[in-house]
Design a protein around this ligand. Structure first.
Ligand code: CO8
Length: 258
């Protein structure tokens, strides 16, 4: 499938989706979000893929929603058109692990898109911000909800009220970013991490993702209960038998994703 605003690549069991509107620093418009959703759900349905990476260019993961488009909108347009909800939530339907590999700017909707992924790996050049306040809008794709959960209320308030940029080192210290790599190594390193994940038993990896994401939606006791049910369910899979047998027999496991 060919797209206008993204590039896709498959490397073994890893799929890479590259945001590709370089002339506007990968500003996120409807076409891009539609294509991203289609590509994500396509890879999610593909049995040969075990992990998906979303990345951008060296200069920008994404510099936010497309301001030139938004500038024309009035309340009626965004309310009646359900701006955001229609095509910004597709990523949440993806059940396989999704990694954001961020170089350069991840601003506004770009930062929010990265936070919708399951984890964020960053180049040392990465810069994160929620600068919407400077445009007279609040973050609208989850920034006020996901950022405080990732970095604390104090830092989320600081970032969203001042609109300032946070560099990769601060983002890692704050818990937004899992690991930092030199910019030239980012994609290679993230592909290696994605391959490690894709080589794990898929059903188990999907359950890990589902359980950790549930931690953000439930009370602790409900979350623990959910985890326990998934833990018990693992014992119905062939890969639990294989993983434990391989350990005992001191050999590499051969998972069948069943
Ligand atoms: N939208 C549209 N065009 C953009 C955007 C954007 N977000 N960001 C950059 N561009 C364009 C510029 O207009 C410029 O175009 P041109 O060459 O035609 O003038 C080109 O990209 C290059 O940008 P700059 O010349 O500005 O490059 P600099 O290196 O000087 O600066 C910056 C880079 C700092 C990233 C700067 O471009 C900037 O501040 N961009 C805007 C960042 C921003 O405010 N982002 C938040 C947008 S609001 C948002 O994301 C709300 C999300 C809510 C959910 C959305 C649902 C759809």
């Amino acid at each position: 499938m060919t797209y206008n605003t993204i590039l896709t690549e498959v490397d073994g069991k890893v799929a890479v989706i590259t945001l590709n509107r370089p002339q506007v620093l990968n500003a996120l418009n409807d076409e891009l979000m539609d294509e991203l959703g289609t590509a994500l759900l396509g890879f999610d349905a593909n049995d040969n893929i075990g992990c998906i990476i979303i990345t951008g260019s060296d200069k920008a993961f994404a510099a936010g929603a497309d301001i030139a488009t938004m500038a024309k909108y009035g309340f009626g347009d965004v309310y009646r058109g359900d701006f955001i909800s229609r095509n910004w939530e597709e990523i949440k339907k993806v059940r396989k692990p999704v990694i954001a590999a961020v170089s350069g700017y991840a601003l506004g909707g770009g930062c929010e898109l990265a936070m919708m992924c399951d984890t964020i790996m960053a180049a040392d050049s990465a810069k994160f911000a929620q600068p919407e306040v400077k445009l007279g809008i609040v973050p609208g794709a989850g920034g006020t909800q996901r950022l405080p959960r990732a970095v604390s209320k104090a830092k989320a308030m600081d970032l969203a009220l001042t609109g300032r940029m946070m560099d990769a080192a601060e983002a890692e210290r704050s818990g937004l970013v899992a690991r930092i790599f030199p910019q030239s190594d980012l994609l290679k390193e993230v592909k290696a991490i994605a391959k490690t994940i894709a080589d794990m038993p898929l059903l188990t990896a999907m359950m890990v993702k589902e359980a950790i994401n549930a931690a953000y939606e439930t009370t602790l006791s409900e979350g623990i209960h959910f985890e326990r049910r998934l833990f018990h369910a693992c014992f119905a899979t062939n890969d639990q038998k294989e993983g434990m047998a391989a350990f005992i027999e001191k050999r590499a496991a051969k998972f069948t994703n069943s």
